[in-house]
Design a protein around this ligand. Structure first.
Ligand code: CDT
Length: 309
């Protein structure tokens, strides 16, 4: 029997350095309303949705860095988002920079139920890029400088009528991210991302960047028999072009909805949560077919080493 879940992705065009949180939230409110009018029950917003993707720039003054972080959530700037979503009966995923009471900095996402309550938090585990200054690069990727590695792992929550897990951007490139959530019976995994169209390390065609994004999401969705919803922040932002390609991927591995612009754009799909059942019962029945005794190296080694004898 089919089980329907109205999933929406609210892709964002660029945020400008001079934009206030209130201006950004106004854009998000419009997209929440559009998502609702198209039958959505849950909306995915991007990574670091409230600000520019500031790790593209080197900053030495910590107070300048901290201006991109939220000290509490919800806070007065973001409260209208929580109020409107509750009013519309929508759950949502929001990515933002979190500064804790203990002064720790994380790249964080939260899961909000249809009553406007925060039910889950995820702190990004795979921080891409570098921590050192690369003044000659056209832009930088300083997540290792500005954020700590997330300390709460990959979790799955029973909420908004499904079992839903979260990750953030670079996490989508790692099979472990999705398998850990697949092993917690996730039916949906949602994420936000900011991905530059250009590679600062070697010459790579922009089309390959999009190809890898899609290839990985499609593979992880299928091999874990779950739905994936991915929301970009994209376009030219603060001197860096980031690709769009926000999408919804079915457990079959098919992209069923995809954004066509690099601006604010809502895409929706009425997902059948039971679509993964056949895969879970047969080809990807983990309990019957997985052989963890042969996967020990995955947790025993971090980097690649010599072949085992
Ligand atoms: N935000 C983020 O994690 N971006 C990285 C850029 C890496 S460049 C391939 C990403 O994996 O999309």
């Amino acid at each position: 029997m089919s089980r329907k879940f109205g999933l929406a992705i609210a892709q964002m065009g660029p945020v400008h350095r001079t934009d206030t949180r209130m201006q950004v939230v106004k854009r998000l409110l419009e997209m929440l309303r559009e998502a609702k009018s198209r039958g959505a029950e849950f909306v995915v917003l991007p990574e670091l949705a409230l600000t520019t993707f500031f790790p593209h720039h080197w900053m030495e003054d910590q107070s300048e860095v901290d201006r991109f972080f939220e000290r509490s959530m919800p806070n007065p700037d973001v409260q209208p988002l929580f109020d409107e979503a509750k009013q519309l009966g929508l759950g949502f995923y929001l990515g933002y920079a979190e500064l804790t009471e203990r002064g720790e900095h994380y790249n964080t996402s939260i899961l909000i139920d249809r009553e406007g309550k925060i039910v889950g938090r995820y702190r990004k585990v795979h921080l891409p890029g570098h921590g050192d200054h690369k003044p000659d690069a056209p832009f930088q990727l300083l997540e290792k400088r500005y954020f700590l590695v997330g300390d709460e792992g990959f979790k799955v929550w029973s909420t908004v009528g499904t079992k839903i897990g979260m990750c953030i951007c670079n996490d989508r490139r790692w099979p472990e991210t999705f398998r850990v959530m697949g092993l917690q019976s996730a039916e949906v995994v949602v994420l936000g991302y900011n991905t530059p169209s250009h590679n600062i390390h070697w010459n790579e065609s922009p089309h390959l960047r999009m190809f890898h994004h899609q290839l990985l999401l499609q593979a992880h969705a299928h091999e874990n028999a779950l739905w994936v919803g991915a929301a970009a922040k994209c376009g030219f932002e603060d001197g860096c072009h980031m690709f769009g390609g926000s999408c919804i991927v079915a457990p079959t591995g098919e992209i069923v909805a995809q954004a066509s612009t690099e601006g604010d754009e809502v895409i929706t799909y009425n997902c059948d949560l039971s679509l993964g059942d056949n895969f879970r019962k047969h080809v990807f029945d983990f309990a019957r077919h997985r052989r963890p005794e042969h996967y020990r190296l995955i947790v025993e080694r971090v980097g690649a080493g010599d072949p085992i004898p």
